[in-house]
Design a protein around this ligand. Sequence first.
Ligand code: ZN
Length: 281
Amino acid sequence: MPELPELDALVEFLRPRLIGDFVTRVDIAELSLLKTVDPSIDALAGLEITEVDRRGKALILGFDGLALVCRFARMGWLNWHDTAPNSPIKMGKGPLGMRVSLASGAAFDLIEPGSKKNAAVSLVRDLSEVPAIASLGPDVLSTTVDELSAALAESTSRIKTVLEDQRIIAGLGNAYTDEILHTAKLSPFATAKTVDTRNLHTALHEVLDTARSSLIGLPPWKIKTAKKRGFSVHGRTGETCPVCGETIAEVSFADKSLQYCPGCQTGGKKLSDRRMDRLLK
Ligand SMILES: [Zn+2]
């Protein structure tokens, strides 16, 4: 799932290309993508794009009095075309969810490969009409140490779970929480309220600042590969930890997995991985 650093890079790419341009038409290829009916998506035709921004992990395009909220889910992303493709749009086939064509001749697509369609687009008069946006906690980049302490103070949940909860802190997902916890030398299973928040806050900024500076300036089609290159532990099960040389381990869940370094994060101990344990029995 695209997270804060990728979204910031996307926003930086889109801003100079979109602001001041006008939408000529919007084609919805995947009906489940569009979550709102009023105003109609066709209301965008003829409107000028006045704002390109990010809220949490969502891309926001602002128009005079309307906002288009694009949430990419795990597999979704944006394809940019300097010149809008001529090919006709096939409904409900392939990764294309929505194409927005512009007066300049350019276009962009919201795509979501795979059979699961969880990406979401909402056209609203006010962002508070989108529950996933209205319920966002403070943005992770602007969260102070005190705010982080307050957010974690009462929580007996695992730190990894809390950092991914958009209602507590907005912007992080599975990949960057793995990286932040590795940098902070914290077990993903540590109880949130026991965590040294100053250390976590420092790690959080270190990881996000590095990621943002490596991704901002890249076009959307290069961002995903560049993101993966920057990881120390995420997606690197079985590889060597660049910090301590230990082998990177993972814990798998029904639909995802997390990676960590036992040397840096858990005092050499392997975390329980029920799925792996079952396979080995
Ligand atoms: Zn390590």
